[in-house]
Design a binder for this molecule. Structure first.
Ligand code: ARG
Length: 467
């Protein structure tokens, strides 16, 4: 949008009363936030309408002035929404851009809007409203991602895959169980989002510059009109607090870390070497030189976006850590961090939801891999404990010898002849072969939260009821 070119040397029309001349060009450039805080226009106008309505209700301004103000603000809202508003850098920020336009539209009544308020509580309000809406959006998006995983988990409650520790084959698990691990992770992210909404649900407006005001305002009225639970309780804290923004960034960083781990798994699973999943054309790209390639670019970018989000969190923590109470201009740098992280998080959730829904799962490949690497060795040890009465440590030792033998014969545990197994321990019978298959292995792990298909189905039902 266009920046207006008024004389940079005239003093500021909003606060320039005691200034003989305007700011240096560099001063104006470093000071202005309109380039990014114009994103807050709708929140700014909503806040001003609630404030003016309260001022009139309390008899602080006349009903006539209030009507003019509200009408003018609604005009400005539609001007901005339709791209017919000229933002000016001389007017620094969204608050003063809106107020200056209001003065042009309605004349002197506009000057009464800023009674009993300061830009300090105004920006705290606008930004809180914005973050609250973003958290609500994030909550919905996470619900969509969880739903995608629940569908895949249901479809693959029985599909066997290798479970890993140290990225080495450990024990067979089901793909459904693996999907449900992500449901737990994103479920925790969503409950953090809900808590953050609860934490920030207090209205800052009326804290004024930092000390409150002598006008007989009603902060409960504005809080209610703006959809907050109640007003904040300390005017100094209100204008110096950015915890709500930092909480948003922390939540985004943790969710981003989860998304990045998922992205990393998809990158690994979609390699020809693994071949566990095939990404849809919609979520992969080709190579300009190697025609055979299908690259998981979206997953890789999700991994990278997480780095950006972490950067924003560290930036805002660092911006805030040395500030004396109450407001300092440093705090103007809060918004770009949050806006950037919000955009990255939204994109990352949307991309991963699409990928999870669209990817083709190669169950045959997964099953073959699940049986390799002696993944049922623990099942053999458990059988020796259960059926032959061995202490687990001894059973572990016996199993280790069986694995060694199978390795030397380049075969699986289940392929060792009974005579070979009995030579290692005489109590082994042919019943042992029942537990050496990957299906038997997963079916046996029925402990609460375990990988048995019956357990996975219980957890799917639990989450379906909550999603
Ligand atoms: N643009 C400012 C910000 O984003 C608004 C508050 C300015 N307050 C002040 N006392 N200069 O923080």
């Amino acid at each position: 949008m266009a920046e207006s070119k008024t004389d940079t040397k005239s003093s500021n029309q909003m606060w320039g009363g005691r200034f003989a001349s305007g700011p240096d060009a560099i001063m104006e450039e470093i000071n202005a936030s309109i380039g990014f805080d114009k994103k807050l226009f709708a929140q700014d106008i909503r806040g001003s309408i609630a404030h003016a309505t309260m001022l009139a209700h309390q008899g602080i301004i006349s009903a006539d002035d209030k009507d003019k103000i509200v009408h003018g603000l609604n005009t400005i809202l539609s001007e901005i929404e339709t791209g017919n508003f000229e933002f000016s850098r001389q007017l620094e920020d969204i608050h003063m851009n809106v107020e200056a336009r209001l003065a042009t539209l309605i004349g002197p009544a506009a000057g009464r809007l800023h009674t009993a308020r300061s830009r300090n509580d105004q920006v705290a309000l606008d930004f809180r409203l914005w973050v609250k809406e973003e958290l609500e959006k994030t909550e919905k998006m996470l619900t969509g991602l969880i739903a995608a995983f629940l569908d895949r988990a249901e479809e693959h409650a029985e599909s066997v895959m290798p479970g890993f520790t140290h990225l080495q084959t450990a024990q067979p698990v089901t793909f459904g169980h693996h999907c449900m691990a992500y449901v737990e992770m994103f479920g925790r992210d969503r409950s953090r989002v809900r808590h953050a909404i609860e934490h920030l649900d207090e209205s800052p407006i009326g804290a004024a510059a930092l000390a409150g005001t002598g006008y007989p305002i009603d902060r409960h009225m504005t809080a209610k009109a703006l959809g907050f639970r109640e007003p904040t309780r300390n005017s100094i804290d209100t204008v110096s607090d950015r915890d709500f923004a930092i909480e948003f960034l922390s939540i985004a960083a943790i969710a981003g870390m989860h998304l990045s781990r998922l992205a990393e798994e998809i990158v690994i699973w979609s390699t020809p070497q693994f071949g566990f999943v095939r990404l849809s054309d919609a979520f992969s790209t080709g190579s300009s030189i190697m025609p055979q390639k299908k690259n998981p670019d979206a997953a890789e970018l999700v991994r990278a976006k997480t780095g950006r989000i972490n950067g924003s969190l560290v930036a805002l923590l660092t911006i805030m850590k040395g500030l004396p109470l109450a407001y300092s201009k440093d705090m103007q740098e809060d918004k770009e961090q949050v806006f950037d992280a919000a955009e990255s998080l939204e994109l990352a959730i949307a991309a991963m939801t699409g990928m999870v829904r669209d990817m083709t799962v190669n169950t045959a490949r997964m099953k073959a891999a699940a049986g390799s690497g002696y993944s049922t060795a623990t099942d053999l040890a458990d059988w020796l404990v259960r059926e032959a009465g061995l202490p687990f440590r001894d059973a572990h030792h016996v199993t280790g010898r069986a694995v060694g033998l199978a390795e030397s014969k380049s075969c699986d545990l289940a392929e060792l002849p009974l005579a070979d197994l009995q030579a290692i321990h005489p109590d082994i019978t042919d019943k042992v072969y029942d537990v050496l298959t990957v299906e038997a292995s997963v079916a046996s792990r029925k402990s609460f939260g375990g990988t048995a298909p019956s357990e996975v189905r219980k957890q799917i039902a639990f989450w379906r009821a909550r999603n």
